[in-house]
Design a protein around this ligand. Sequence first.
Ligand code: SAH
Ligand code: DHB
Ligand code: MG
Length: 237
Amino acid sequence: MERREQRGETSPAARAGIDERLAERWAAVDGYLAERLAPGEAALTAALEASAAAGLPAADVSPVQGALLELLARLCGARAILEIGTLAGYSTIWLARALPPDGCLVTLEADPRHAAVARDNLARAGLSAVVDVVEGPALETLPRLSGPFDLVFIDADKESTADYLALALERSRPGTLIVADNVVRGGALADAGSEDPRVVGMRRLVEAVAAEPRLVATGLQTVGVKGWDGMVLALVV
Ligand code: SAH
Ligand code: DHB
Ligand code: MG
């Protein structure tokens, strides 16, 4: 059972009006794939356990999504990675696995409690030397970074995603990959009249990507343990 369900919260699938049996199949396939293709290492499981023990929300990417992030970082030969939204550092660890020994990852986190848990988790994963957890609201900390970054993973407050895209673009070079998480929101992305600020934020992101001639992009819907969601992937050309 998922952590949020153990705490008596409704599952993402139920909230999106998705049949629970279908959601169970999505989760079963995710589990099958993750067990074989995204086993990761002990530090990843330990990070999730420490996060739950500290009462942090279970908003980490899923194991197969984490493996996708590592794959993408390896595909772009990333040496410098920027992450916006650290939480417990679970996605951070997946991304950092792709880095060469002299690579670096900067991850931005507004909540000091989340940053503290993430620092512990990254230390346990042996990644303290390559990862810098920068505390503070990303709209304040990101403008201080110079870049250029080879890969940017945007996964913080959904309302600001388009602003993060603009700031990321200024710290990019041709070949930089920008990935945004939680774009589809149980299908709400297609609701032009949605008043959910996170949906409005993600529609703003898609419009901004569409209007940016420097980006070649797509949107990818995903189903699995996190219900129905998706990512936008945009390559700077
Ligand atoms: N990337 C993580 C999940 C991030 S959850 C993973 O997949 O493992 C989103 C995180 O963004 C939360 O920890 C939240 O505290 C943080 N956040 C929210 N608003 C923010 C802001 N304005 N600046 C930086 N971080 C923010
Ligand atoms: C939430 C945030 C995320 O980044 C995510 O992947 C899932 C959920 C959230 O804020 O609820
Ligand atoms: Mg996310």
